[in-house]
Ligand binder design. Structure first.
Ligand code: S3P
Length: 429
């Protein structure tokens, strides 16, 4: 096997990065634009492979979508304008595309076949299949519809009241999308708040969606109309340079226009609690989403416990937080994060195997991990597990390793951050 090698001698990071558009918001801008009437202009769209899968899916269903750099025009013909795709749709590596699209396809009066790559094929779909069947959709696939490839036959749906059994914005969004096509009210109740981009954006597009004491309520009575979207920078991508700035001696890094929606900023709370020197400037709101510029400086960090309601607010940042914790003084415990096992790979295993291989003191647990720091990482050989966030963690680890980090591939980074190495180069001194 050929490896890519990352070696940085006495690095220091200084300067500004404009991180790419938010992945969750980019997906939703295409979905809601496609099912609305009129032309939706999307600025700062993330041209990562996952979001391009969502565009491909709607093109297959007859929607005209024009891409010019990071500006996208979606020519929506409304929910009734979507046509049966001519062939099976490939959702690649994208769990968000799959789960949200299943919600929409559940209400459309035709049969669709969907499949994905080996990683997506292992990820559980029963979390959306169960409520969508309750609403009236017919869904067939391996293990009673739990795994792709899946055939879904949508049609007349009935609204339901659904209490989320997993803390998942993808499941919430799938049920709300189905609710746009269902008779009566659909109510989603969640014990712990997960990212709320679907609710914010559906309201901006004119859906009949409200937050009441019963839960998040949606009906088919709204009038979905095109609405321009300016996608904030992705805090989950910014996280890699925030962590790097905090642990590479002498660094000061500014991340511009980062999305600061409260349901996503768990990483900032954790960084502050660990003692990081982080400031927020130019705070403003666009399309109902908060944005700001983040500056972080290298400083000594302390281990903490990360658990409970904060977990959904930083779930995608746990790999890079684990690396950060190897450089913090004392014990960091990450709990209540069993969802990591069903991400693009089992991220508890991937993070622990890799950081152990680089010399860290880290132990996996059933729902997270325990890290003892600080450790000077030695470098070594790791695997990306074909997971973009594990791969980026590996590259950032090389910045604080004595010897090179060798990794089996780096192309998976294109899933969420195609310009990752260019941006790193910009701030590397
Ligand atoms: C996402 C929700 C999260 C997150 C994923 C994107 C979304 O997944 O991990 O990267 O856009 O709704 P879950 O809903 O499975 O927690």
């Amino acid at each position: 096997m050929s490896y890519v090698q990352f070696e940085y001698t006495s690095p220091r990071l200084e300067g500004e990065v404009k991180v790419p558009g938010d992945k969750s918001i980019s997906h939703r801008s295409i979905i809601f634009g496609s099912i609305s009437h009129g032309i939706t202009k999307v600025l700062n769209f993330l041209d990562g492979e996952d979001c391009l899968r969502t565009i491909d899916a709607f093109r297959e269903m007859g929607v005209q979508i024009d891409i010019e750099g990071n500006t996208v025009h979606v020519h929506g013909n409304g929910l009734e304008g979507l046509k049966k795709p001519d062939k099976a749709i490939d959702f690649g590596n994208s769990g968000t595309t799959t789960r949200l699209m299943l919600g929409l396809l559940a209400g459309l009066p035709f049969e669709t076949n969907i499949f994905g790559d080996p990683s997506l094929t292992k990820r559980p779909m029963d979390r959306v299949v169960v409520p969508l069947r309750k609403m009236g959709a017919s869904i067939y696939g391996d293990a009673n519809g739990n795994f792709l490839p899946i055939t879904i036959h949508g049609g007349a749906l009935q609204g339901i009241t659904y209490q989320l059994p997993v803390k998942s914005a993808q499941v919430k969004s799938a049920v709300l999308l189905a609710g746009l096509l269902a008779e009566g009210e659909t109510i989603v109740q969640e014990e712990t708040e997960t990212r709320n981009h679907t609710e914010v954006m559906l309201q901006a597009f004119g859906a009949d969606l409200k937050q009441t004491e019963k839960g998040i309520t949606v009906t088919n009575k709204g009038n979905l109309t095109a609405c321009d979207v300016e996608v904030p920078g992705d805090i989950s991508s910014a996280a890699f340079f925030l962590a790097a700035g905090a642990i590479v001696p002498g660094s000061t890094v500014t991340l511009k226009n980062v999305g600061l929606n409260d349901s996503r900023t768990g990483i900032l709370d954790v960084l502050k609690q660990m003692g990081a020197a982080i400031t927020i400037a130019n705070e403003r709101t666009t399309g109902g989403e908060k944005i700001g510029d983040l500056t972080i400086q290298y400083t000594a960090l302390e281990g903490i416990t990360i658990e409970g309601n904060i977990i959904p607010r930083l779930i995608d940042e746990i790999p890079i937080l684990a690396l950060l914790a190897t450089q913090a003084d004392g014990k960091t415990v990450i709990k209540d994060a069993e969802e990591l096992k069903v991400k693009e790979t089992d991220r508890i295993e991937a993070v622990c195997q890799n950081l152990q291989a680089l010399g860290a003191n880290i132990t996996p647990t059933d729902d997270g991990m325990i890290i003892e720091g600080p450790t000077k990482l030695t470098g070594g050989t790791i695997s990306s597990y074909m997971d973009h966030r594990i791969a980026m963690m590996g590259v950032i680890a090389a910045l604080v390793s004595e010897n090179p980090v060798k990794m089996d591939e780096k192309d998976s980074i294109n899933i969420s951050y195609p310009a990752f190495f260019d941006d790193l180069e910009t701030i590397l001194q």
